[in-house]
Design a protein around this ligand. Sequence first.
Ligand code: HEC
Ligand code: HEC
Length: 430
Amino acid sequence: MTTKIFWLARSGLGIGTATAALCLAVLPLRHSSAAAAAGVHPGPMSRTDAFARAETLTALGRKIFFDPSLSASGLQACASCHDPSHAFGPASAKPVEVGGGEHMDRPGLRAVPTLRYLQAVPSFTEHYYDSEDEGDESVDNGPTGGLTWDGRVDHGADQAKLPLLSPFEMGNKDAAEVAAKLRRAPYARDIEAAFGATVFDNPQEAFDAAVEALGTFEQSGPDFYPYSSRYDAFLAGKATLTARELHGRQLFEDPAKGNCSSCHLSEPANDGEPPQFSDFGFLGLAAPRNMAIPANTDPGYHDLGLCGPQRTDLAGHSDYCGLFRTPTLRNVALKKSFFHNGYFHSLRDVVSFYATRDSDPGRWYPKNSDGKVRKYDDLPQAYWDNLNQDPPFGRKPGDASALTDPEIDDIVAFLGTLTDADLLLEASGH
Ligand code: HEC
Ligand code: HEC
């Protein structure tokens, strides 16, 4: 179903929220079980009814998203980690957020991603054939799509279950614990109005209703995919970029220089849809091990992304170890920690890492006592073949950097044009 939302949302850009939300409401009824069980699923809806239902659920989902009383501590809402003024990414510079339990003492394992532009993420598949853009339809692009850094869930509503129940996020024991909190919430009557007067009789129904509302809220165009950056205005012929930004864009797209746009798509698709700055593919880039993540103090623990341990269904696929989903770069200038493990804290460092990972590995990876650089130190050597070696990677130690310092600065300047208009005050630090 996500694919359909994707397609309809694409074709319906002009009417943003309404279209995507409508899709959630009218398309075959993945989300229907809760509502049907609640006895109120309206069956096939007229367009007007579908719009109205989407609006109701969006308003309800928004309340739930900001409600800290749904966490075990009573202190943490979705918005605590996914801050709307930071493109629904983290406001803090911590590599991972602490959550969970009554005492909020369980640190997470991964950096908090932005929730903007997820409407374009296709459902996870191991074999992705690109029928859009300039892609060659016969080429298998490999594992693509799905939500989270390892793509282990496909729908906003399913995703919402994870933090509500995760011991290191909102820390509830089970759906019943969440349902009891929903029943006491100021918007409990709204849930009954939308899902039926008996919705609280069955805790699982109440829980499913809440995650459906959250999933619908996350499809709201003005909140989650406004396409209002200066780069969007530039593509529409309504704004200019500075000489440095233009040069940065050129380097970003040049296959012999940054080559960034081979994964972070930067040009409109053939149908005119604005670029998402991701092809949602899974790649291994070998971010250095982040010792600021407490789990990493255990030398036996490795976050291998697609092959586990958080994702479990692809555990036997050693060729997937070390791969993470390519994130969008829209609003990336608002972030303070980068990559799945939050290792990097400035965009300049990220771009420099791309340029010199292989030509100057000693700059990024720790050294053994004998002075030997422990290259790719967060990935067991058995999986090194999975790492991407295309430009700007794949140089030999001692080679020149793929990008000069001024070129790196220009790419960073270009990335700054991807911040949505409503978030620019944040970006300038006011
Ligand atoms: C303690 C911090 C924290 C809280 C609270 C939290 N999240 Fe997240 N969220 C994360 C992290 C970390 C990830 C990445 C998880 C991963 O990759 O395994 C994530 C991932 C996501 C994603 C997938 C993003 C993507 O790029 O695919 C969605 C959607 C999401 N969260 C929604 C929510 C909702 C809805 C809530 C409230 C019910 C919530 N989150 C509460 C930290 C948090
Ligand atoms: C081969 C595909 C590929 C290429 C080429 C590529 N990236 Fe990425 N990019 C990724 C993936 C995958 C990640 C996530 C890696 C991780 O977390 O381990 C990422 C992460 C990032 C991030 C961090 C985003 C965040 O939310 O944490 C930035 C910034 C970034 N890339 C910029 C660039 C720039 C600039 C270039 C060109 C110099 C580039 N990328 C080239 C695939 C690619």
